[in-house]
Structure formats: C-alpha cells, structure tokens
Design a protein around this ligand. Structure first.
Ligand code: NDP
Length: 342
C-alpha cells in the first residue's frame, strides 16, 4: 500500500488547532486538557508535520492521567509517537508531502509529542514511513511494535536460529508481546507464549504461538539455574519473571529485556551469565540510533502481515484521550490503541 500524503492548501494553518496539553497543577501534580494552540506555540524545530495518528501506551496513560512523573518539563504535549505528513521543512532531508513517523526521542517527556494536530520535530528524529504502510498502519505498529522488532533483531543478530530451540515471549498478549510473536513466527521460530490466562490462547495462536505457559509459572522465586528450555526470549515483564527466564535460557542464548510490567527489580544471580554464557540484552527504543530504527522499520515492512496488523489495534478519536488514559492506567484496555489526531 502506498503511504498517503495529505497536505492541503490550508497547510500550514494560520489559525488554532487542538492539542492535549499537560500542565503544572501545583503540589508536584499535573493536569491535562485538550486546548487550542497555534503554530507559534510549537517548539522551534525545523520540520512542521501535520500529525495524522499517535498511539496510547501505558506511559501516555500515566502522563495524561497525571499519575506518574513522565513529563520532565511543563507545559508538555503528550504522545510518545506520531505519524504524519511534512508541511514545511527547513531541512534538505525532508520535503513537503513526505510521510514520516517518530518514535521516542523524549516525546512527551522532554519534547512536545504527538497529541497535537501539528508538531515541529528535529529532522534527525524522523523515519520515512515505509511505502508498505499507511500512516494509520505505521501507528498500528507504533512504538510497541517497533520495540518488538528491535528485540527480534537482537535475537537474530546474536545468531540464534530456528533450529536452536523455542523462543519465549512474556507479556504475550500485550503490544510488544503480540507483535514479537508474529514476527518470530514469520521468521520460522517456534514461539512459546507466556500469558495471564487461557482466554488469550486462540488469539496468540492466530499470531503464530505454538505453545503456552501460564504467567504464574515464571512469576515465582527461581533457582539460579534451572532446566535449559529456550534458545532466546523477549521479555516485557522484568522482576521474578525475567529471573526465571534467565535461569531457563539455553547455553549461549539471549534474553532481550525491554519492559517492566511485573516490576523494576531483577532477583537473579550471575549463574546464567558465567556458567551458561547467557546474554541479557537491554532494549531501548527511545534513544536507539537511527540506523537501528531504519533497519527495524524496513524489517517490519517485510515481515508484518497486514491482516494480522489490522486485528492488533483499534482507532479511537482524539476527544476520547482523557477517558482512554484513565482506562489504560486501570488496566482496562486490551490491544493497541491508535489515536486519530487529525
Ligand atoms: P501492554 O500493557 O500492552 O502489555 C503488557 C502485557 O504484560 C499484558 O498484556 C499482559 O499480557 C502482561 N502483564 C500485565 N500485567 C502483568 C503482570 N503484573 N505480570 C506479568 N505480566 C503482566 O504493554 P506493552 O506491551 O506496550 O509494553 C510492555 C512493556 O514494555 C512495558 O513495561 C513498557 O513500558 C515497555 N516498553 C519498553 C520500551 C522500550 O523502549 N524499552 C518500548 C515500549 C514498551 P498477558 O496477559 O498475555 O500475560
């Protein structure tokens, strides 16, 4: 599918447009509201983008609901990612009409993010949207899916082959986990999914998982070394789960650790590293170098099945953001949420 560019004669806008602003509410608290701002309010970066879509992640929920100290400067426009079309560019690298996306780089933390009809970005943050994806699909993948690709590429780069054994994906039904299962299965790996309940099994099977583990089997105190089971793993849970995964990773295997839904701690030992040569590789999507990002998006364009992608996310209107933020913080949202910003 060709990526559509929708720049009209009224771009750049002379009047106000909507943005979700997070502001200081005193007593170390923040409040958020949808407000009208103008291009003059935007930061002085070189590329003006008409934003089409952003996404809602747990971190966004915390920022918008005023539950965590996500924003390090205020006022802040929320949204950790965006896709859209270049409207004006002072950089020779991007022209009016180019379809672009941004993941991370401190959006919604130190830099104004994607919850705004127009955004100004530095050219070095922009990735061209692969021609295989629409602007909506690019955010259907979003930061979670791009992080999955970074994890899968870490496993491939380590030299783990399908014949080396099964690959474990924890937090399987989440944004990172579900895309990781699909990508690994597309690459011919045998994927075991760790999930909270059997209700998810059919969905995870449709993504490519071939066997299942209950999340409680990993979320327990583990021995430094247990039976070797997985050639590699993608872990978005952390804490006791990550420790259990490390103790069951095969000799020379790799665990790509990207998340902390189960906790920030790691009650493990050095045994898997010094006795089995296991590699624990941290995966960061926010400040990942551009070459890794471009490779990940190119690989996503090759591997991601459009039908499966369409089943992973739903699109919600901008006006619903405050409500959806509360819901995601309470754990009441299933699947990925794309926000229609335009
Ligand atoms: P989601 O909320 O979409 O999914 C998390 C999944 O983890 C859930 O669907 C559930 O899956 C499982 N889960 C939920 N609660 C627990 C729990 N208490 N213990 C164990 N498993 C649990 O999150 P994402 O997939 O978007 O993100 C996953 C993690 O990755 C987050 O911590 C996020 O902050 C992090 N992340 C990191 C990035 C980076 O750059 N390093 C980038 C993007 C995300 P199930 O029911 O199947 O077990």
């Amino acid at each position: 599918m060709a990526t559509t560019a929708t720049v009209s004669s009224s771009d750049p806008p002379s009047g106000p447009f909507h943005a979700l602003l997070i502001e200081d509410a005193g007593s170390r608290k923040t409040k958020s509201s949808i407000q009208q701002i103008t291009v003059d309010d935007l930061p002085p970066h070189e590329v003006l983008i008409k934003v089409a879509y952003s996404t809602l992640n747990y971190k966004d929920g915390l920022a918008v609901a005023g539950k965590g100290r996500i924003c390090r400067t205020l006022p802040m426009v929320g949204g950790i990612d965006l896709s859209g079309t270049v409207v004006e560019s002072q950089s020779s690298k991007f022209q009016k009409g180019d379809a672009v996306l941004v993941n991370g780089f401190g959006l919604s933390e130190t830099q104004w993010g994607g919850y705004s009809e127009y955004a100004k970005m530095k050219p070095e943050w922009l990735v061209p949207v692969p021609k295989e994806f629409s602007l909506e699909q690019a955010m259907g993948i979003g930061t979670a899916g791009y992080t999955s690709m970074l994890c899968v590429n870490a496993i491939r780069d380590h030299g783990v082959k399908p014949e080396d054994g099964p690959i474990l994906v924890t937090g399987a039904s989440g944004g990172v986990g579900s895309v990781a299962i699909h990508l690994l299965s597309k690459l011919g790996y045998d994927v075991e999914a760790s999930t909270g309940g059997s209700a998810n099994h059919d969905y995870l099977k449709s993504l490519g998982a071939s066997s299942f583990l209950d999340r409680s089997d990993l979320d327990r105190d583990s021995k430094p070394l247990e039976k070797e089971v997985w050639a590699a793993a993608v872990d978005s849970v952390g804490s006791k789960t990550l420790a259990s995964v490390l103790s069951q990773t095969k000799y020379g295997g790799l665990v790509a650790a990207c998340g902390l839904v189960g906790g920030m701690d790691l009650p493990s030992s050095v045994a898997p590293f010094i006795l089995r040569g296991v590699t624990l590789q941290g995966i960061d999507s926010v400040m990942a170098p551009m070459a890794k990002r471009e490779k990940a998006w190119k690989d996503l364009a090759e591997l991601m099945d459009a039908k499966i992608l369409s089943e992973i996310y739903k699109v919600e209107p901008f006006s619903q953001l405050p409500f959806l933020a509360d819901q995601i913080v309470k754990g009441e949202i299933k699947g990925r949420v794309v926000i229609d910003v335009g």
